[in-house]
Ligand binder design. Structure first.
Ligand SMILES: C[S@@+](CC[C@H](N)C(=O)[O-])C[C@H]1O[C@@H](n2cnc3c(N)ncnc32)[C@H](O)[C@@H]1O
Length: 238
């Protein structure tokens, strides 16, 4: 697991998921599903999705949201998935493995493997990389370097023992904002971060924000890393 060899260029998270793994007809778990936005999009692509969210406030809001066919959002944790052994086709961590407490990351990966069909299952983990203009913009108040490194180390240590094959890609997403207030609005109010407006409205963040100016808008690239692990080497897509 060195630097990702395969660079897919600019792409959205969803475009990369669609390129790497089958979705239609698949039963998936979206671990750390947040508000369930990705789970719903995966359902639109033909999957059946169980979204598991650890944060009780977010999970309660998910339960109160309108229901939709083939998507179920529940409260739970990555390290104890509420499914039977070998019962799902895919497990996806969308920017969530680095939010699992470090002491539980290994167990979260073991759980994903337990939940997957032994012959054909896949685990796909995608995370922001620690470098790049968007991470640099946020770093004064939101430095996830250690957590992202811990997630990567947990994968590196465990995955060769749990999975038969792996593929690693990198790609770049772009965050766009009309103005500084749009950045502030995007960063506050998440239950998994506790930033206040005053943590963000600082000279350090404002001056970094100016570096992203592109005409009337502000753009910041964020390199992403995607790690796909398969239970059986024979089913790796290339
Ligand atoms: C950065 S958010 C990503 C949300 C969503 N997956 C997305 O892509 O927008 C990380 C999520 O992981 C959740 N989380 C943290 N620890 C978790 C755990 N142990 N098990 C499941 N989810 C967890 C957080 O509550 C939060 O919703």
């Amino acid at each position: 697991m060195g630097e990702p060899a395969e660079d897919l260029g600019y792409a959205t998270d969803l475009e990369v998921i669609e390129r790497l793994v089958p979705l239609s007809g698949q039963s998936l778990i979206d671990v750390g599903c947040g508000d369930g936005a990705l789970a719903r999009v995966l359902v639109e692509r033909g999957a059946t999705v169980l979204g598991v969210e650890a944060d009780p406030i977010r999970a309660e809001a998910n339960c109160a949201a309108p229901t939709a066919e083939r998507v179920t959002l529940v409260e739970g944790v990555a390290q104890a998935l509420p499914v039977a052994d070998g019962s799902v086709d895919g497990v996806i961590f969308s920017k969530s493995l680095h939010h699992v407490p470090e002491a539980d990351m290994a167990q979260a990966l073991v759980e994903a493997r337990r939940a997957l069909r032994p012959e054909t299952g896949y685990l796909y983990v995608f995370e922001p990389m620690v470098d790049g203009p968007f991470s640099d913009l946020l770093r004064p108040f939101h430095d996830e370097t250690d957590a992202r490194r811990a997630a990567r180390e947990a994968m590196r240590d465990l995955v060769p023992r749990l999975f038969a094959a792996e593929r690693e890609v990198r790609y770049t997403i772009t965050a766009e904002f009309d103005n500084f207030e749009a950045l502030v609005s995007r960063m506050v109010g998440h239950t998994y971060n506790e930033y206040q407006r005053q943590d963000i409205e600082t000279d350090a963040v404002r001056s970094r924000f100016e570096t992203g100016r592109d005409g009337d808008i502000f753009r910041f690239d964020q390199p992403m890393r995607g790690n796909l692990f398969q239970t059986d080497a024979a089913v790796v897509r290339v």
